[in-house]
Each structure stands twice: as C-alpha cells, then as structure tokens.
Design a protein around this ligand. Structure first.
Ligand code: ATP
Length: 262
C-alpha cells in the first residue's frame, strides 16, 4: 500500500513539475487596433510559454509590427490586453517590460561611437545595471553575441549582421527572460542569418530565454521556431506547435500558402 502511495505521489509531483515549466510569459488577449478608421488588428489572442521560440509569421502589411509595438508598450491597443509575466503592459508598463528585451524594426546606434561605447551609454540609461557593473555587463553581452574582439571598433565599420548582433547585445543588457525580435534578419546575407540563428538557439538553450520572432520568411524561422502564430490582414489564421505539423517543412509552407489565399 505504502509503495502504491509513493508511486502516486511521484506521478503527481512529476505532473506538477511539468505544470511549473509551463509558465506563461506572454498573454495576448483579444487585441484589436484601429488606425484612422482602418482595422489593422482584429481580435488577436495567443499565449506564449517559458522557453518557447515562437515564429510570428505573416505577409507584408499583415500587422506584425503593429502588434509588436503594442506588446512593447510603444502604442496602445484599441481593445484588449497584453500581460507579460503576469503584469499588464497598459497599466504597469515599466514592471511588465522589466525583463523583456526587444528589437523593433532596426536597432539604432550612434555609428561614430564604438560598439562598447553604445552599449555602455544604453546600459546606463535603460538596463537598470548599477554603474559599478556596467562595464562588466557590457563585456559579458559582447562575448555572448561574439563581438568581444570588435567592441572597440566604431559601429560604422560593422556589417549588417554585426549591427544586428549588437542589437541583441543591447537587448541582453537587462538580463531578459523574454526577447521580442521584429524581422531580425531583414537584409542579412546567409552568413549573417546563420550566425543570428545560432545565437537565438544558444540563448534559448543555455540561458532559457523565450523568443517571439516576427518575419514574413518561413525559411528563416523554421530552423529555430518551436511554435507558430500566423496572421493575415490583422487576424490569426493558424497557431500551433511544430509537433502539430507533419515531419516535413512543406507542411508549414502549405499552411502559409493556404493562409495567403484565404
Ligand atoms: N500609423 C499608421 N497609420 C496608417 N496605417 C498604418 C499605420 N501603422 C500601420 N498601418 C497599416 O497597417 C497595416 C499593418 O502594418 P504593419 O507594419 O503592422 O505590418 P507588417 O506585417 O509588420 O508588415 P511588414 O512585414 O511589411 O513589415 C499596413 O497596411 C500598414 O500600412
């Protein structure tokens, strides 16, 4: 009898463990956005759980950047709520975004300064890293993104891929649990895309960082993403996990094509 109870206890504990890992990082609840009488987002809802890498896929003009601007508190939704780590972005923006790093559109740097100087200035203004720790943290993030040997060079000598990695270094300054990237590989060559992909996968695996990555390029996302939210004309057309797709990449492409022709 005791063994049976022990067995049941172990099963319940294990199930409990699974539930703990299912921490909700992001809740997008019935978001709509109207601009100048035009409905740009229409009742968008989805959740994102810890340790996921979610591909936010949609054709040009489908509303991806608008939603990301809402998630990062840059604009308000017309209706609905965004909750990050249990805190509403609309009512407590600072708290909600405390452990969120984001690159919305292209990261902006002063090109006449070095990568290191840019990061030091940003860390002082935005990251909440104490002055004594700023230089150490900057050194750390430059190493994580593979720019430790280029930190003393001016940003205008960087390739686009390096600028994008510097953008991720910037997003990492505040030790985020969740990173939002809007079209991160825009304009990158295959080498830059590969480096970015490897960086995202490493940050997810080693540091447990959750990602939401928007793009209109399936090929770019399919090698890193574990779940998907697809939108077209401001509405979700499909959302699900990799495991819900078949074993081939064509399944995802097929979903995207079906979505485009709806
Ligand atoms: N401030 C604005 N005023 C008017 N229209 C806007 C505004 N912001 C966005 N839109 C329109 O909303 C739609 C969605 O734009 P959004 O930039 O969110 O799409 P997207 O999916 O990010 O596109 P892309 O992949 O081309 O970056 C577009 O038709 C765009 O023209």
């Amino acid at each position: 009898m005791f063994i049976l109870f022990l067995y049941l206890y172990l099963i319940i504990s294990l199930l409990g463990g699974v539930t703990v890992n299912k921490t909700k990082i992001l809740e997008v609840k019935n978001i709509s956005k109207n601009v100048k009488g035009k409905k740009i987002l229409d009742d968008i809802s989805f959740d994102l759980f810890a340790n996921d890498i979610c591909g936010f896929l949609g054709p040009n003009g489908s509303g991806k950047t608008t939603l990301i601007r809402i998630l990062t508190g840059l604009i308000h939704p017309t209706k609905g709520n965004v909750v990050i780590n249990g805190t509403d972005v609309n009512t407590s923006k600072r708290q909600a975004l405390k452990h969120v790093g984001a690159i919305v559109e292209s990261p902006i740097f002063f090109s006449y300064m070095t990568g290191k100087q840019n990061l030091i200035n940003l860390a002082r203004i935005t990251s909440g890293v104490g002055e004594r720790n700023v230089k150490d943290r900057v050194k750390e993030v430059l190493k994580i993104v593979g720019l430790e040997n280029r930190g003393d060079d001016k940003v205008d000598s960087y390739s686009l891929g390096m600028k994008q990695r510097l953008g991720i270094a910037q997003a990492l300054l505040g030790e985020p649990q969740f990173i939002i990237l809007d079209e991160p590989s825009n304009g990158l060559d295959p080498v830059g895309m590969k480096e970015l992909r490897e960086l995202i996968l490493a940050l997810n695996r080693k540091n447990g960082i959750t990602f939401l990555i928007s793009s209109h390029l399936i090929k770019e996302l399919e090698m890193v993403c574990k779940s998907w939210v697809m939108i077209n004309k401001g509405k979700i057309t499909w959302q699900g996990k990799d495991t819900e797709l078949g074993s081939t990449n064509e399944d995802l492409e097929q979903k995207f094509i079906e979505m485009m022709t709806q």
